[in-house]
Design a protein around this ligand. Structure first.
Ligand code: G3P
Ligand code: MG
Length: 245
């Protein structure tokens, strides 16, 4: 059986401010195989890495990402909310992260956050950047907005896409294949054995989120998931090492 990969959710979000270069570097240092991050568009249509549609929770600013220019967003402190020691952290652009990823071996899972705000042409803008950095073969694009994944596949049929979902769907690998997506990124609670085993038989990778408890990490590694998406990559790495020794 292939090794279960460890994807750091928003970087090493358990130990560092999520979706910042500090969190991504920490994930790399922790031994993660990949990182997951979230992308929204600024007022001037630049892809930036931030989870929420608004900046209040993770910065010292106010307002919607879509209403702020890149220059305005880059003024914000994206680390102090987590700890004063991260006060220099900023909201990264996707371009900045891709540049950094290209100097590593990491797999990059880009989640398009286009459910609440429908960002115009986010699919095209993100694909162009991935192509520019020649990272097509180690980027996975996921979204809860499956229309967006279909659009990605129409623009570039080579790139790997994965459906995000929260519900206990029946044989979701059939649905994923039907829309041209190749992976299942499901909420942890619906990653039941029937799904993990069935997807493996169908050759469809399963990468549940957000897998933080030791017993869940162990169960999904023994169950044979392709990857787990976790806030605690260092801990997951240690657990996996213990299990495979
Ligand atoms: O991509 C997995 C996970 O990040 C989806 O949920 O809300 O943490 O972006 P969320
Ligand atoms: Mg996400």
């Amino acid at each position: 059986m292939n090794k279960t990969l460890i994807f750091a959710h928003r970087g090493s979000a358990g130990t560092h401010p999520e979706n910042t270069m500090d969190a991504f570097q920490a994930a790399l240092d922790a031994g993660a195989d990949g990182i997951e991050l979230d992308v929204q568009l600024t007022k001037d249509f630049i892809p930036v890495v931030i989870h929420d549609e608004t900046v209040e929770r993770t910065t010292n600013g106010t307002g919607w990402v879509k209403d702020l220019t890149l220059a305005e967003l880059q003024q914000l402190d994206a680390g102090s909310w987590f700890s004063p020691s991260f006060s220099t952290a900023r909201i990264p652009t996707l371009q900045e992260v891709l540049q950094w990823v290209s100097g590593t071996q990491l797999i990059l899972n880009i989640e398009l956050k286009n459910g609440i705000v429908r960002y115009p042409d986010i699919e095209k803008k993100v694909l162009e950047l991935v192509e520019q950095f020649n990272l097509m073969d180690r980027v996975i694009i996921s979204s809860f907005n499956h229309y967006s994944l279909v659009e990605i596949n129409q623009l570039n049929s080579e790139i790997e896409t994965a459906i995000l979902f929260m519900e206990g769907l029946y044989e979701p690998w059939n649905y994923a294949k039907g829309i041209g997506a190749s992976g299942l990124h499901c909420f942890l609670a619906v990653a039941v054995p029937e799904l993990i085993i069935g997807a493996a038989k169908a050759g469809t990778p399963v990468r549940p989120f957000t897998v933080n408890e030791d017993h869940h990490i162990q169960a999904l590694i023994s169950g044979g998931c392709s990857a787990i998406i976790t806030d605690w990559p260092e801990k997951a790495f240690k657990i996996r090492t213990t299990m495979t020794e």
